[in-house]
Write a protein that binds this ligand. Structure first.
Ligand code: AMP
Ligand code: ZN
Ligand code: FE
Ligand code: FE
Length: 283
């Protein structure tokens, strides 16, 4: 069976592999296709596409936009976006400015708790890419403040945690329209993170997003169990949404997630790529 991974991060955001390293790994893993979907940046797409040619892996350009959402976290994936869209780039610049303003606030809160982390320490591992909480978490592990990246999130950095600062300035509707106007396919990332209390609430959230222009949902995902994946596939099929899947590979920032296979049981069929292409061709 041909497999793919449509959700990955590189050093352009909070992943630890360069685009070249990621594409080499994709080839070694035997993936037929891969999408790079960095947080709020398209900087890895050109080097990624070039490295994909060398690696003999099909490349799908993507992006993951952080959105504001009352509950949980909402991220919007955009596939086949035109990187040169000036509107997309101007939205991305605004979100990047919000990130740049937020990081020092998180560091200040950590400092007050006796857990100093400096911007210099972060810059050492971010290589000029978009800085996110996983970078801060990695330094906290390095300095012995916490045992793992997960523990840094659970104790300090999670939404509502003692060192949390909000960032998103983009509404889901604006994110969806930005992707659509850049010629891309907007897909709801990791629906579990919306923290719907039951299937009915999730379906209501997806319906509202579909009314705003959403075209797909990420059904196969590292944190989705079989039942939740089945629920997402069912919603996708009933609402005519493209079903996609990805591991959310981050390298060292999420050492428990492996490319293509997530926590071990992820297998994302290549038919997801074909469905995305069909949606793009129908635009
Ligand atoms: P940010 O872009 O700074 O909001 O950080 C978002 C990143 O943090 C995403 O890659 C998430 O997957 C990651 N993240 C969120 N919660 C956790 C957690 N509990 N453990 C590890 N990574 C997390
Ligand atoms: Zn991330
Ligand atoms: Fe995400
Ligand atoms: Fe992601």
């Amino acid at each position: 069976m041909k497999l793919c991974d449509l959700h990955t991060h590189t050093t352009a955001s909070d992943g630890s592999d360069s685009p070249e390293e990621l594409l080499q790994l994709a080839s070694k893993t035997g993936l037929a296709a891969i999408a790079i979907t960095d947080h709020d940046t398209t900087a890895a797409l050109k080097p990624g596409a070039a490295a994909a040619m060398d690696a003999g892996v099909e490349f799908i350009p993507g992006v993951e936009l952080s959105c504001s959402f009352p509950k949980g976290n909402m991220h919007l994936l955009g596939y086949f976006i035109d990187q040169n869209s000036s509107e997309l780039q101007s939205v991305i610049e605004k979100v990047q400015a919000a990130r740049a303003e937020r990081n020092p606030r998180i560091l200040k809160m950590l400092g007050k708790m006796g857990l100093p982390v400096s911007m210099e320490e972060i810059n050492r591992i971010s290589h000029g890419g978009q800085v996110g909480r996983p970078h801060i978490a990695r330094i906290m592990v390095e300095k012995g403040y916490v045992k793992s990246v997960s523990q840094a999130f659970d104790r300090y950095l999670r939404k509502g945690g003692p060192a949390y600062a909000p960032k998103s300035i983009l509404s889901p509707e604006d994110a969806i329209q930005t992707v659509r106007r850049a010629g891309g396919i907007p897909v709801l990332a990791h629906p579990f993170s919306l923290q719907a209390k039951d299937a009915e609430e999730l379906e209501g959230m997806v319906t509202a997003l579909k009314d705003a222009g959403l075209m797909g949902i990420e059904c196969y995902y590292s944190e989705h169990d079989k039942a939740f994946t089945a629920l997402c596939l069912d919603i996708a099929s009933r609402y005519g949404l493209v079903a996609t899947g990805g591991s959310d590979y981050h390298g060292k920032a999420k050492p428990y997630i492996r490319l293509g296979v997530g926590k071990g049981n992820l297998r994302i069929p290549y038919s997801c790529v074909e469905a995305l292409k069909a949606a793009r061709d129908a635009l």
